[in-house]
Write a protein that binds this ligand. Structure first.
Ligand SMILES: Cc1cc2nc3c(=O)[nH]c(=O)nc-3n(C[C@H](O)[C@H](O)[C@H](O)COP(=O)(O)OP(=O)(O)OC[C@H]3O[C@@H](n4cnc5c(N)ncnc54)[C@H](O)[C@@H]3O)c2cc1C
Length: 483
């Protein structure tokens, strides 16, 4: 839509940011506090009230380190945040302890409190003007097609008029339900894929198998359940539900999920379902496509979930957003003119590839691990059992995967190594370890495969290896494609 004459009288900002969430706030703060030449930054947010959401509650150690490097570590102070020291993965009632290496820790908290703390930091940064307004349009130059800014309606009572906010560069960080994604990305864009939903509730005074550790329970016939403490008395429970969603989610959790959780959680879960309203969010996967090329809009970029999403099972979204901001801050420090799109394009190209070490590792791992943990076919089930037993071996079999998940090691190559080690180990386990089999009477018996089953297992192992390739390689491809 073209800019009207009256709009042209508005004074342009250097940068207009849409969305004061995780990425928008971190970027506004980073640019306001680091540039040698002060910038005029406009941060637009549709509601500055404390958000009440089931997302962004666990910050991995790698994300916490980035928060410190961005000068935002105080945002986890005074909000009843809890240190997280690792994970417990539970299968068939058996937990395996997966601590973060070298005593590292992350933080978990109520999302809304953390966001309010980030917003305070952004507001206090030099040159940042925070405005409560809903952005409805990107303003496009009718001659060049370039984005000149946004049009937004202030939240002030009775306000209906749209106001123009012009900027040399517009950065859209409006989250997973972005309204502007397809316009910015043009033909380079891909649609997010909904892998499943997380259904969330808060348990009161629940005891997890290992204190100050996130817990992942592998549930038979359903996706995994994630639990972590987010305050002194509060524990978040996220239940993964695949499509088609059950009509009665509470009933589904009580009947099919709760009995498979550790027994100490049965009463808190029942009480939470009676008392708390349950909420659900889609778990989307959106691989990152390079920005600044000839297929995307000039004058505008996407940041955070509006551009790149991974499965929240591994809690990596905020870490990726902070990593993106951290790298952008370095590049932006040398920009002389944010309206010089040639300069911006080459900067975006460097940013895109520089962020990959961490972002690709987290993106691929989250979806691959979800496919294994939410196993819905026989080969994936072999991989799921093998993965659990791989963790049980301890040493590098837990240090490697947890370092990748937590952002301590950022390396797709190391991820490749561990993923295929799990695949081969799963095949070994299938041949050699006793397997549980449920008889017609409902009783579980264990049997070790005998020699006469080996030809069948040989064929099965080809299928398992093929499944591992089908899970991993397309994900790898989404990260290395360069157009
Ligand atoms: C179920 C679930 C659980 C998750 N758990 C974790 C976790 O434990 N750890 C983790 O690291 N990540 C987690 N994530 C991912 C994480 O929440 C996101 O990666 C992160 O919030 C992305 O930040 P963002 O700034 O892009 O978006 P958001 O934080 O969502 O911010 C977007 C902002 O834009 C504003 N906005 C939207 N539209 C407009 C508009 N038109 N005008 C003005 N403002 C607008 C919104 O109000 C919001 O404030 C989870 C995701 C899901 C789905």
């Amino acid at each position: 839509m073209a800019a009207s004459n009256s709009d042209m009288w508005s004074k342009p900002y250097d940068i207009v940011i849409v969305g004061a969430g995780v990425a928008g706030c971190a970027l506004a703060h980073a640019l306001g506090s680091s540039q040698s030449k002060p910038l005029r930054i406009c941060l637009l947010e549709r509601s500055l009230a404390e958000p009440d959401r089931i997302v962004g509650e666990l910050l991995q150690p790698g994300g916490y380190a980035l928060l410190q490097q961005l000068g935002l570590e105080s945002c986890v102070e005074g909000i009843d945040a809890v240190p997280v020291r690792g994970y417990a993965v539970v299968m068939d009632g058996r937990p395996v302890h997966i601590p973060y290496p070298n005593g590292r820790s992350g933080r978990s908290f109520h999302h809304g409190r953390f966001i309010q703390a980030l917003r305070e930091k952004a507001k206090a940064a030099k040159g940042v003007e925070t405005i409560e307004a809903t952005v409805s349009e990107l303003i496009e130059c009718p001659l060049t097609g370039r984005i000149l800014g946004v049009r937004a309606t202030r939240k002030a009572e009775g306000s209906v008029e749209k106001e123009a906010f012009f900027g040399n560069l517009t950065i859209v960080a409006d989250g997973c339900f972005s309204n502007f994604r397809s316009m910015v990305m043009g033909t380079a864009g891909v649609k997010p894929e909904t892998k499943s939903h997380f259904v969330g509730t808060i348990l009161e005074d629940a005891h997890l198998p290992i204190d100050k550790h996130g817990t992942v329970v592998l549930v038979k016939g359903a996706g995994p359940v994630l639990l972590y403490q987010i305050g002194e008395h509060d524990t978040r429970m996220l239940v993964d539900v695949k499509a088609p969603l059950p009509a009665d989610l509470k009933e589904h959790i009580l009947t099919n999920i709760a009995p498979q959780l550790p027994s100490a959680l049965h009463i808190p879960v029942q009480q939470a379902l009676e008392k708390d309203r349950i909420r659900r969010m889609p778990n989307s996967f959106l691989p990152p496509a390079e920005q600044g090329g000839k297929h995307t809009k000039e004058g505008v970029i996407l940041l955070g979930d509006s551009w790149n999403m991974r499965h929240p099972l591994t809690g990596g979204g905020m870490m990726c957003a902070f990593n993106d901001v951290y790298i952008l801050r370095e590049h932006f420090a040398n920009v002389k003119d944010f309206s010089d799109w040639k300069e911006m394009s080459s900067l975006l190209h460097r940013w895109h590839w520089q962020r990959k070490a961490l972002a690709s590792t987290v993106n691929i791992l989250s979806v691959a691990l979800y496919d294994l943990f939410g196993a819905d076919d026989e080969s994936l089930d072999v991989l799921r059992i093998g993965c659990f037993k791989y963790f049980e071996r301890g040493g590098d079999c837990i240090n490697g995967p947890v370092s990748l998940l937590s952002g301590i090691i950022a390396s797709p190559a190391v991820l490749f190594w561990h993923f295929f080690s799990v695949a081969f180990y799963s095949i070994w386990v299938m041949f050699t370890h006793p397997r549980a089999v449920r008889g017609p009477d409902g009783k579980t018996t264990y049997f070790t495969p005998s020699w006469d089953l080996y030809p069948l297992y040989f064929l099965k192992s080809i299928q398992v290896f093929w499944t591992a390739c089908v899970v991993f390689l397309p994900l790898m491809w989404t990260e290395i494609r360069w157009w």
